[in-house]
Ligand binder design. Structure first.
Ligand SMILES: Nc1nc2c(ncn2[C@@H]2O[C@H](COP(=O)(O)OP(=O)(O)OP(=O)(O)O)[C@@H](O)[C@H]2O)c(=O)[nH]1
Ligand SMILES: [Mg+2]
Length: 215
C-alpha cells in the first residue's frame, strides 16, 4: 500500500523537464539574461552583471515552475564558438535568440546568424523566441523596429538572391516562420520583460513537438 501511494504521489507531483537554448551574437546579453532568470526564479541569486565575462563554451541554469523544470543552456556567441550551437539543436524544446537592440552596426551580422538558425532542419518545428534586449537604453530599437529591421533585411536578401548574387533558396516554411515569429522586448540588466519571456517559454514547451518524442 505504501509503495502504491508513494508511486501515486510521485506520479502526481512529477515534473517534466525541458531544455531551452539561449543563442545570439557575443555581447547580446545572453548570460546577463540567464543570471537574471536565476535571480528571479531560484533561491540562489545569479551573478551580478559586472561579474559576467564573455562565455567560452556554455552556462547552465535550471528553474522550477508548476509541474515543469526548464533547463537553460546559454551558449557562447563569439564567431569561433557558434559552431557548437547545432550540437544542442537535436535535444532542445525551445530556442531563444537574443539580439542587442542597441547595437545597430551589428544588426546585419545578427540577422545572418539568425537566418541560419531559422533554416536549421533540426529545429524547424521548435518554438523560437526573438528577444530584443537592452530596452533600458534610450538608443535601443523597439520590438516593432527590430521586427521591421529583420523583415527588411530578409527582403533585401531575397532580392539579391533573385538577381543571382546569392543563395536563391526561399523556403516556404521559412516565410511562414518569419510571419509567425514572436518578438519580445527585455532588459536583462534591469529584469523588465524577463518573466513574460519565461511565461512564453513555459507555455510553448508544453506544446513542443519534441515533447511527444521523449521516452
Ligand atoms: N544596457 C544594457 N546592457 C546589457 C543588457 N544585458 C547585457 N548588457 C551588457 O552587455 C554586455 C554583454 O553581456 P553578456 O551577457 O556577457 O553577453 P553574452 O551574449 O553572454 O556574450 P557572449 O558570452 O560573448 O556570447 C555586458 O556589458 C552586459 O552588462 C541590458 O539589458 N541592457
Ligand atoms: Mg555569455
Amino acid at each position: 500500500m505504501y509503495h502504491l501511494l508513494k508511486g501515486l504521489h510521485e506520479y502526481l507531483t512529477r515534473k517534466e523537464e525541458f531544455s531551452v537554448i539561449i543563442i545570439g551574437l557575443d555581447g547580446a546579453g545572453k548570460t546577463t539574461l540567464l543570471e537574471r532568470i536565476k535571480t528571479l526564479y531560484t533561491k540562489t541569486p545569479g551573478l551580478p552583471p559586472d561579474k559576467i565575462a564573455p562565455t567560452v563554451g556554455q552556462n547552465m541554469g535550471k528553474i522550477t515552475l508548476p509541474s515543469t523544470i526548464l533547463q537553460f543552456w546559454d551558449l557562447g556567441g563569439q564567431r569561433g564558438i557558434r559552431s557548437i550551437w547545432p550540437r544542442y539543436y537535436d535535444d532542445c524544446h525551445a530556442v531563444v535568440f537574443v539580439v542587442d537592440a542597441e547595437d545597430r552596426e551589428r544588426l546585419g551580422e545578427g540577422w545572418e546568424v539568425f537566418d541560419n538558425v531559422l533554416s536549421a532542419p533540426q529545429i524547424l518545428g521548435v518554438p523560437l523566441l526573438l528577444l530584443a534586449n537592452k530596452q533600458d537604453s534610450p538608443d535601443s530599437l523597439s520590438v516593432e523596429e527590430i521586427r521591421q529591421e529583420y523583415e527588411e533585411w530578409y527582403q533585401r536578401k531575397i532580392e539579391s538572391a533573385r538577381r543571382g548574387a546569392g543563395d536563391p533558396t526561399d523556403h516556404e516554411h521559412r516565410r511562414e516562420r518569419i510571419a509567425s515569429l514572436d518578438v519580445m522586448g527585455i532588459s536583462a540588466l534591469e529584469g523588465t520583460g524577463v518573466t513574460e519571456a519565461v511565461d512564453w517559454l513555459f507555455v510553448r514547451v508544453q506544446n513542443s513537438i519534441r515533447r511527444d518524442d521523449r521516452s
